[in-house]
Design a protein around this ligand. Structure first.
Ligand code: NAD
Length: 353
């Protein structure tokens, strides 16, 4: 199959070529993002492959359809940047990499927690300036703290296991309950209870209509004063302006983010020689208790290898017309957030999966 790979990153090509060593697919690499204009680069190809920064909206899909593209392959787990319904209307199939090293992301969330708690990001800079004082470096023990996990899918479950290992009390909110996690000691609660009880909250749900700005002004108001919030899910699950407001009021104690609402114009780019136009991220960076990483939670050797081999496998499965769990059939059917909030933890616990 001929595939036009858009937004190719420097580290990807080697792994994709290695996974395609038998040469079954003809891969053409483009640094450019997929847009209505660049879609013509895919003329002659059967499929396009994209990353999360590529906004594959109805306009782009119309252009791909005109260029006889039959498949869109995401080199990511999330697919909120692709208009799946628009693709289905013109019979373009959408594939993603449904699971790759969930531990890579879970471990990065823990890295953010430990750095913010023990202030290693500050100590690193200080010690290099020969300042060996302890002023302002006091942290807290994780043992015995309550950690709230929003979304206990593959990544959330890996994260729960690590935090249980630290001796934390782990509570969770999800529209489905994982029996495995309950057996390991995770207690499911409503979203509001999770906000009220948690010393640390970590976000591992996808971005959907129900989770967009799940952390809004009212959610921040319900959180414990001084709590830590970690987001390695998707930027827009947080209302960033409200996070800034809560930090300014000294209610939100620490914020660690690997994803950001406006990340498309910033992340994966070296902007060190330019003036950054995004005032919100500049404001966030001005807080000592905020740690930002540039969507690198997935970035381990193991994860990149798995993304590459699963992407090549998706091309093969599509060509061979095999049924694949990586095919995205439409937006996930969601129980509405207000409904879930009305449910008691016991009722939620009955919805075991
Ligand atoms: P998953 O599908 O295995 O799990 C998602 C969980 O969220 C499921 O248990 C689902 O029931 C739950 N959920 C869905 N809607 C919800 C809602 N309204 N409220 C509460 N819970 C809800 O996905 P995963 O592989 O664990 O990945 C989770 C997310 O992590 C992805 O969607 C993606 O956005 C993000 N991610 C980030 C990186 C990174 O590098 N930062 C890498 C991979 C994935």
């Amino acid at each position: 199959m001929r595939v036009a790979i858009f937004s190719t990153k420097y580290y990807e090509r080697e792994y994709l070529d290695r996974s395609n060593a038998e040469g079954r697919h003809q891969l053409s690499y483009f640094d450019r993002a997929l847009t209505e204009e660049s879609a013509d680069l895919a003329i002659g190809a059967d499929a396009v492959s994209v990353l999360l920064g590529d906004a594959v909206d109805a306009g782009v899909i119309g252009r791909l359809y005109g260029n006889r593209i039959r498949m869109i392959s995401l080199r990511s787990a999330g697919y909120d940047n692709v208009d799946v319904e628009a693709a289905a209307k013109v019979s373009i199939k959408v594939f993603r990499v449904s699971a790759y090293s969930p531990r890579a992301i879970a471990e990065h969330a823990v890295a953010l927690i430990l750095a913010l708690d023990r202030k290693t990001h500050k100590a690193y800079v200080r010690v290099r300036q020969n300042d060996f004082s302890l002023n302002g470096l006091m942290g807290f023990d994780l043992f015995g703290k309550t950690v709230g996990v929003v979304g206990t899918g593959k990544i959330g479950r890996a994260f729960c296991e690590i935090m249980l290992g630290f001796g934390c009390k782990v509570i969770a909110y999800d529209i489905r309950v994982s029996e495995t996690m309950v057996a390991k000691g995770v207690q499911y609660v409503t979203f509001d209870r999770l906000l009220q009880l948690s010393d640390i909250i970590s976000i591992h749900c996808p971005l959907t209509a129900d989770t967009r700005h799940l952390f809004d002004a009212s959610a921040f108001a319900k959180m414990k004063v001084g709590a830590m919030l970690i987001n390695t899910g998707r930027g827009a699950v947080l209302d960033t302006a409200q996070a800034v407001a809560s930090l300014k009021e000294e209610r939100l104690g620490n914020l660690g983010i690997d994803v950001y609402e406006g990340e498309e114009s910033l992340f994966f780019k070296d902007l060190s020689g330019s003036v950054v136009q995004d005032d919100m991220i500049e404001r966030l960076m001005s807080f000592g208790n905020v740690l930002i990483t540039p969507h690198q939670a997935f970035f381990t050797r193991e994860a990149v290898e798995q993304i590459a081999s699963m992407t090549i496998g998706n091309f093969t499965d599509f060509e061979d017309e095999k049924i694949s769990e990586n095919e995205v059939k439409g937006k996930e059917a969601m129980v509405s957030r207000s409904y879930v909030n009305e449910m008691s933890p016991d009722v939620i616990a009955e919805a075991i999966y």
